[in-house]
Design a protein around this ligand. Structure first.
Ligand code: AP5
Ligand code: ZN
Length: 217
């Protein structure tokens, strides 16, 4: 299974791709998570990416394409992968086509999560994750079952992303509209684009994605 989950910041790409990873045993590849790990490690990639991410812009295509080329060639991708947050520009989509062509892999579907802008801002501003295992939560929509304790690993420390501040969220939405939305027609023309209602409850979005997967066989 080779899938792309596409949608604006806060649309639920991370939430749904983590579910698909555990359900189907395919690798979830989030370029945002990979970049945050580089920033944390203080690597040259992290140093290059940090100020751009903090401002809500997009990191260079060249850096991202290099990172993805290396990532999808790893053994855990042999059973397939879900791309979360990549591609984000037309040059990235074209580079992915070349990478897949080289490895004779076919993209099954590009699933777009459609969510209104006001809802995105609400989702992002309430988001937090477990510092230990990365499980995602929300102040309103998904609290841990026991207050202050991660459902998955029992961790008690939670973090909020520096780019989830209101002013940065607007810059991220602008970057999505200007640079990422143009890849929707690119995949539509290839007959690979499926849209689901990302405004629905998490379980319902999950069910809609599974319906697309059944449809494409
Ligand atoms: P990245 O980490 O990819 O962030 P993003 O695209 O802005 O997406 P988010 O992680 O904010 O949202 P999501 O869609 O995953 O939503 P989530 O599931 O968490 O990128 C960060 C930065 O890295 C970029 O700004 C850029 O600088 C750089 N970057 C990354 N990739 C790049 C690339 N390819 N090229 C260039 N630069 C790149 O859900 C959000 C919240 O809502 C959660 O709290 C969740 O619990 C809740 N929620 C989810 N679904 C629902 C639902 N159905 N109902 C109610 N609540 C829900
Ligand atoms: Zn945890």
């Amino acid at each position: 299974m080779e899938l792309i989950l596409l949608g604006p910041p806060g649309a639920g790409k991370g939430t749904q791709s983590k579910f698909l990873e555990s359900r189907y045993g395919v690798a979830q590849i989030s370029t945002g998570d990979m970049l945050r790990a580089e920033v944390k490690a203080g690597s040259p990639i992290g140093l290059e990416a940090k100020s751009i991410m903090d401002a809500g812009g997009l990191v260079s295509d060249e850096l991202i394409i290099r990172m993805i080329g290396e990532r999808i060639s790893r053994p855990d991708c042999a059973k397939g992968f879900i791309l979360d947050g990549f591609p984000r520009t037309v040059p990235q989509a074209e580079a992915l086509d070349r990478l897949l062509h080289e490895t004779a892999v076919d993209l099954d579907a590009v699933i777009e999560l459609k969510v209104d802008e006001a809802v995105l801002v609400e989702r992002i501003s309430g988001r937090f994750t477990c510092a230990k295992c990365g499980a995602g939560y929300h102040d309103t929509f998904k609290q841990p079952k026991q207050a202050g304790v991660c459902d998955v690993c029992g961790g008690t420390e939670f973090i909020r992303r520096p780019d989830d501040k209101a002013e940065t969220v607007h810059a991220r939405l602008e970057a999505y509209n200007a640079q990422t939305a143009p890849i929707l027609p690119y995949y539509k023309a290839k007959g690979r684009l499926y849209s689901v209602d990302g405004m629905a409850e998490m379980d319902e979005v999950q069910a809609q994605i599974e319906a697309v997967l059944r449809q494409i066989g």
